[in-house]
Each structure stands twice: as C-alpha cells, then as structure tokens.
Ligand binder design. Sequence first.
Ligand SMILES: CC(C)(COP(=O)(O)OP(=O)(O)OC[C@H]1O[C@@H](n2cnc3c(N)ncnc32)[C@H](O)[C@@H]1OP(=O)(O)O)[C@@H](O)C(=O)NCCC(=O)NCCS
Length: 152
Amino acid sequence: MNDHVYDIGTATTAEVLPLRMSVLRRGTPSRDPRYAEDDDDRTIHLVARRADGVIVATSSWLPRPFPPEPDSAGVQLRGMAVDESLQSRGVGASLLAAGIEWARDVGATNVWARARDTALSFYERNGMTTVGGAFTDDATGMSHHLVVLRLG
Ligand SMILES: CC(C)(COP(=O)(O)OP(=O)(O)OC[C@H]1O[C@@H](n2cnc3c(N)ncnc32)[C@H](O)[C@@H]1OP(=O)(O)O)[C@@H](O)C(=O)NCCC(=O)NCCS
C-alpha cells in the first residue's frame, strides 16, 4: 500500500478524460469517455495525483437518486479508474473513501454506482452492496450490477 504518496483533490473534465479513455474504454467498442453528467454543474471529479501533478486515478460524483428509490438523496459514482500500473495498491479505496465523505458532506443518504462485474469485489470489499440483477452497459457491452452504500 503506497496510496499515501498521492494527493486527492478535484480536477476538470478535460483533465480526467485521458485516464478514463485508457482504463475504461480499453477493449470496448466505445471511443468516447465522456458522460452527459460531465456538463452538470453539480458533478465533481475527484482524482489522485502524483507529486508531479499527473493524475493516476479518477472518479466522478453527481447528486442523483438511486434508481430503485427515485425519491432518495443519492450520489452516483461514475468513471472510477486507476492507472493500470498502480491498481491493487489501495489507491481506488482511498478515492472511494474521499467521494463517500463528499457525499456525506452534501447530505446524501446513499452512494451508488453501475459497477462492472469485474469490479464488484472491489466495491463489496469497500462496504457496498450489490442490488438486483445483471444488465449490459451500452458503452462497454459489459455485464454490470447496481451497487449501493447506505449513509447513516
Ligand atoms: C476497480 C478499480 C477502480 C479498483 O481500484 P484499485 O486501486 O485497483 O483497488 P484497491 O487497490 O483499492 O483494491 C484492490 C481490489 O480492487 C479489485 N481490482 C484490482 N484490479 C482490478 C481490475 N483491473 N479490474 C477490476 N477490479 C480490480 C480487486 O478486488 C482488488 O483486490 P485484490 O488486490 O485483492 O485482487 C481499479 O482496479 C480499476 O481501475 N480497474 C479497471 C477499471 C474498472 O473496472 N473500474 C471500475 C468500473 S465500475
């Protein structure tokens, strides 16, 4: 674990697109790493940077209800990606924790994501629960599940 060498902070959409592209679009039919939510004023991008400023992990957070509970004060996590050479060292867990803290600060009662099945163990290990059945994501063609964390 060497996540302590990375600074966690905010970034612009333009800054996070290259890492999204290289990690999340690899091996998929989509060449477009943008989300409609990127243009929403309420979206924040939380990233981990090396000491030289290079972004090594990215995540995007937007107030939006958890789909099975349309009246809930949810925050959706999108575009979670860690530079391939730095995966499995706790950087993702640190970024997730920072986003959950932000969600608490904005008064959310849950944090949720559309998780690709290959990453479900990451979310579950960090306290999230898988809800409902599998679905295929249009952009990636990959099997996904909803995951949610209740904020007390
Ligand atoms: C999933 C991901 C964000 C986790 O971040 P991380 O810094 O690697 O995770 P941590 O070090 O905190 O936790 C490690 C766990 O994440 C999961 N993980 C590690 N590499 C992974 C990978 N390439 N793809 C999916 N999950 C991975 C494993 O459960 C791993 O546990 P292990 O090290 O005991 O095998 C990161 O691995 C990643 O960017 N993967 C590829 C893109 C992706 O799947 N993003 C999520 C989209 S929903």
